[in-house]
Ligand binder design. Structure first.
Ligand code: NDP
Length: 243
C-alpha cells in the first residue's frame, strides 16, 4: 500500500504532457483518476489504457475557463468514486514573445487558462474538501515565475499569481483540512515546449536538455503520497543544466 492507493484524484490538462504522465503514474500506484481536458479523444484513449491495466479512470470534457466544467468533474468524481482527495490543477498554455508585440489575445488566454482555470478548480473542489474534512490542491506553476526571463512576462505573471494565491489559501487553511502544493518545473519536453507543428519553436534550444514529463509526475506523486499531516508546500525541479 502506498499513500496513493485508494485516493481519488482529478487532473486538469490530462490529455498530454505532465497531466497525462501524472495520471498514468498515480493510476499505476492505485489512485482512481478523473481526467479532464478539451481533447476528449485523447482522454478516452488514456482512460481505456489505464482501465485495461487494471486501474480506475474516467474521462470528462473540461475546459478550465468554464467554471461549470470543473464543477462537473468534481461532482462526477464523487458520484463515481465516493469522494475527491486531490485536485491537480495542471492545465496551462504558454505564448512566448515580447510585451511590445501586444498580443492581447494570447495574454487573455494565459490569464483565463493558467490563472482563472485554477481558481475555477479550487472553487469546485473546496466545498467537497471542507465537507470531507480533508483535501489537497496541487497546482503546476513554473520556474519561469522564479527566474523571470524576457519573452515570458505574462506567462510568468500568471504562474506567480497562482503561487501567491496558493500561499494565501494555505494560510487560510491551517485548520488541517487542506494541503496545498505548488510544483515548479523547469523545461519539460511536452507539447507546450515542442508543439506538434514544430516550426519556429521558441523553446527549440531547450529541448536538448528538457526533462521528461514523468519527472514532474514523480514530484507530484511524492506530494500526494505523504500522510495528511505532512504538507509538501512547494517543489522546484529543473534540468540540472538549466540556467
Ligand atoms: P501540454 O501542452 O502537453 O499540456 C497542457 C494541457 O493543458 C493539455 O492537456 C491541454 O489539454 C490542457 N489545456 C489547455 N487549455 C485548456 C483549457 N482551456 N481547458 C482545459 N485544459 C486545457 O503542456 P505541459 O504538460 O507542459 O503543461 C502542463 C502544465 O505544466 C501547464 O500548466 C504548464 O504551464 C506547466 N509547465 C510546463 C513546463 C514545460 O516546460 N513543459 C514548465 C513549467 C510548467 P487540451 O488541449 O486537450 O484541453
Amino acid at each position: 500500500m502506498s499513500g496513493i492507493t485508494g485516493k481519488v484524484v482529478a487532473l486538469t490538462g490530462a490529455s498530454s504532457g505532465i497531466g497525462e504522465a501524472t495520471a498514468r503514474l498515480l493510476a499505476a500506484r492505485g489512485a482512481a483518476v478523473v481526467l479532464g481536458a478539451r481533447r476528449t479523444d485523447r482522454l478516452d484513449a488514456l482512460a481505456a489504457e489505464i482501465r485495461a491495466e487494471g486501474g480506475r479512470a474516467l474521462a470528462l470534457p473540461a475546459d478550465v475557463t468554464v467554471p461549470g466544467d470543473q464543477e462537473a468533474m468534481v461532482a462526477r468524481a464523487v458520484e463515481e468514486y465516493g469522494r475527491l482527495d486531490v485536485l491537480v490543477a495542471n492545465a496551462g498554455v504558454a505564448t512566448v514573445g515580447p510585451v511590445a508585440a501586444l498580443d492581447l489575445a494570447a495574454w487573455t488566454a494565459m490569464v483565463d487558462v493558467n490563472l482563472r482555470g485554477v481558481l475555477h478548480g479550487v472553487a469546485a473542489a473546496l466545498p467537497v474538501f471542507r465537507a470531507q474534512g480533508e483535501g489537497h490542491v496541487v497546482a503546476t506553476v513554473s520556474t519561469s515565475g522564479l527566474k523571470i526571463v524576457p519573452g515570458q512576462a505574462v506567462y510568468a505573471a500568471t504562474k506567480n499569481a497562482v503561487r501567491t494565491f496558493m500561499e494565501a489559501l494555505r494560510q487560510e487553511s491551517t485548520d488541517g483540512t487542506l494541503r496545498t502544493t505548488t510544483i515548479s518545473p523547469g523545461y519539460v519536453r511536452t507539447e507546450l515546449t515542442a508543439p506538434p507543428s514544430g516550426a519556429d519553436n521558441p523553446h527549440a534550444a531547450m529541448l536538448a536538455f528538457a526533462l521528461a514529463p514523468e519527472a514532474v509526475a514523480r514530484a507530484i506523486a511524492f506530494a500526494v503520497e505523504q500522510p495528511h499531516d505532512v504538507e509538501i508546500g512547494a517543489i522546484t525541479l529543473r534540468p540540472t543544466v538549466q540556467g
